[in-house]
Design a protein around this ligand. Structure first.
Ligand code: GLP
Length: 242
């Protein structure tokens, strides 16, 4: 596991953007796993500025998002499909059929999760999964207790996660209670993992994930099982590391 600590959140995001851009530039068919949330926004801003400067193209990129709320379609302002469209894909040259988010409006979310897993397999797996981390150590929407070999599935969100994500909704009661997520096992089968965490609020989760025992109660601790992991932090998120 490689741990990089940067002075500011901007520098940490810039580092992650560079890792993704190096891959996009050097691979003929790059396949990425991408996250949502507040943390990745400066990374997406960097990716866009690089694209706008003509230094990168998304024409051959394929991407699979980590997760989506059950019940929200791409026309909902807080759906992750909308987030990805607004913050990245509306502005780059990636064909619409090459970036995918689980369908939150699928009639059968479990079947959608299975189809999503199959689509990842058919794409030949994911080269780099870029992810954030929840305050309770969740990755994607894999909450504490999720098995480390889980595949794409439909999950129930923890009250803590609903509360944390309610800042994007008019109130906590409008946050969906279920989601479709890549499983921890799905994430671990990817060739490279990059986790970005910034801010003091993530320090405890980061420390348990990196320095604590591998435990189902800390989903991100599963990353310790992977041979190619880069953890990119600002000094606040790194403040509890020994
Ligand atoms: C959500 C997402 C996660 C993300 C987490 C942290 O729950 N499902 O993928 O890592 O939020 O988000 P933020 O970066 O806003 O703290």
């Amino acid at each position: 596991m490689q741990i990089q600590v940067h002075d500011t959140a901007f520098e940490a995001a810039d580092r992650v953007a560079k890792i993704l851009l190096d891959h996009i530039r050097s691979h003929p068919r790059p396949t990425l796993g991408l996250p949502t949330g507040g943390t990745p926004l400066p990374v997406y801003a960097q990716l866009l500025s690089d694209f706008r400067a003509g230094r990168s193209s998304w024409r051959h990129v394929r991407s699979f998002n980590l997760d989506e709320y059950v019940g929200l379609g791409s026309d909902h302002p807080e759906s992750y499909a909308r987030y990805m469209h607004t913050n990245l894909f509306a502005h780059v040259d990636c064909p619409a059929n090459q970036w995918r988010v689980p369908d939150g409006l699928a009639h059968d979310p479990e079947a959608e999760a299975d189809a999503y897993e199959s689509a990842i397999d058919e794409a030949g797996g994911i080269d780099i999964v870029f992810m954030g981390i929840g305050h309770n150590g969740h990755i994607g929407f894999n909450e504490p207790g999720a098995p480390h070999d889980s595949r794409c599935c439909c999950v129930v969100l923890e009250p803590e996660t609903i509360q944390a994500n309610s800042r994007f909704f008019s109130s906590a009661k409008n946050v969906p209670t279920k989601a479709i997520t890549m499983g921890i096992g799905t994430i671990l089968t990817s060739r490279k993992l990059v986790l970005l965490a910034t801010g003091e609020g993530k320090a405890a989760a980061v420390s348990s994930a990196i320095e604590g025992p591998i435990s189902q109660m800390v989903p991100a601790s599963a990353l310790q099982r992977h041979a190619d992991v880069t953890i990119v932090l600002d000094r606040h998120a790194a403040s509890l590391l020994g």
